[in-house]
Write a protein that binds this ligand. Structure first.
Ligand code: E4P
Length: 301
């Protein structure tokens, strides 16, 4: 699995690169906003060029337009401006820019993807929330699809009445088995009312189906499961498009998307550090250091 760092923070990119494990970078307007807020009078073009220079691997830069024409023009501009620096620019296009607030056309993301792919400009399709979107993006010729695992998990937790920031922190691990068990416990009295052996009654019972539906997002129980489904679909039809697991919030989620066969994970810098840290490793290094005897130390002199 390739590892990208999900940040626009140059110091983090440089540090991750120095570890020798970095294959690329993903940015988005929110990550750029964070980097800009930390600096005064940033030279944005020079800053982005420096990111491209530092990393020998794809750097995703996102468009900000909402119509096909805007996105294609911006994608071309990003590619012309920054690709010459290190030949590594990938243009990030939202799968869909239609929303209750949008103007200027529907389903523009998919059209822009097709146009840019036909021009030979590599794209990373962002804001993928379900496998069907990934399938369409792959058909439009995108190089990467970015399923937002963490946001999918948030949506499911929200469905069951949990609010991020109030009930759980952004970094919390989402455990689908726990949710299934909780839904079983919640429904136990109803199952008993319906009598355990009346399977047809349980099958059609509205309350049972409402609770069961609420613990998934259209049959997807975790962000990692969405990654697994997309991976399966792509391998069924031999798509070249790579599955780039995004919106990763903790190291266990990285483990799960790696198990699911993600081609790439884009990982926030603090999660990369979390992947390395373990208290037993810390204890181990302390005791190894304490056990060094002078006879052994001598061979290093
Ligand atoms: C990556 O390409 C995405 O922009 C990013 O992973 C989103 O992560 P978030 O859901 O934590 O904002």
């Amino acid at each position: 699995m390739k590892i990208f760092v999900d940040t626009a923070e140059l110091d983090e990119i440089k540090e991750a690169n120095s570890w020798g494990i970095l294959d690329g970078v993903t940015t988005n307007p929110s990550l750029i906003k964070k980097a800009v807020r930390k600096r005064e009078n940033i030279d944005m073009e020079e800053y982005i060029k420096e990111i491209c220079r530092v990393v020998d691997g794809p750097v995703s830069l996102e468009v900000i337009g909402l119509t096909r024409d805007e996105m294609v023009a911006q994608g071309e501009l990003l590619y012309e401006k920054f690709n010459p620096v290190n030949d590594n620019v990938v243009v990030k296009i939202p799968i869909n820019t239609s929303s209750p607030k949008s103007t200027g056309g529907e389903y523009e993301g998919l059209k822009a993807l097709k146009d840019l792919s036909s021009k030979g400009i590599p794209t990373n399709t962002t804001l993928i929330m379900k496998p069907e979107q990934a399938l369409l993006a792959a058909k439009a010729g995108t190089r990467y699809v970015s399923p937002f695992a963490g946001r999918i998990d948030d949506f499911i937790r929200n469905n069951v009445g949990l609010t991020r920031g109030e009930d759980y922190p952004k970094s919390a691990y989402h455990n689908a088995d726990w949710l299934r068990h909780a839904s079983y416990l919640k429904l136990k009295p109803r199952y008993e009312e319906l009598e355990g052996n009346d399977l047809a009654g349980i099958y059609f019972d509205e309350e049972v189906n409402r609770v069961k539906e609420s613990i998934s997002d259209e049959g997807i129980y975790t962000g990692a499961a969405a990654v697994s489904s997309i991976n399966q679909i792509f391998s069924n039809y031999n798509f070249d498009t790579e599955v780039l697991a995004a919106s990763l919030r903790n190291s266990r989620q990285v483990r799960e998307v790696a198990e699911a066969g993600a081609d790439v994970s884009t990982i926030p810098f603090h999660v990369l550090k979390e992947m390395i840290d373990h208290y037993k490793t810390e204890q181990g290094i302390i005791s190894f250091s304490e056990d060094v005897v002078s006879e052994y130390e001598g061979i290093f002199r």
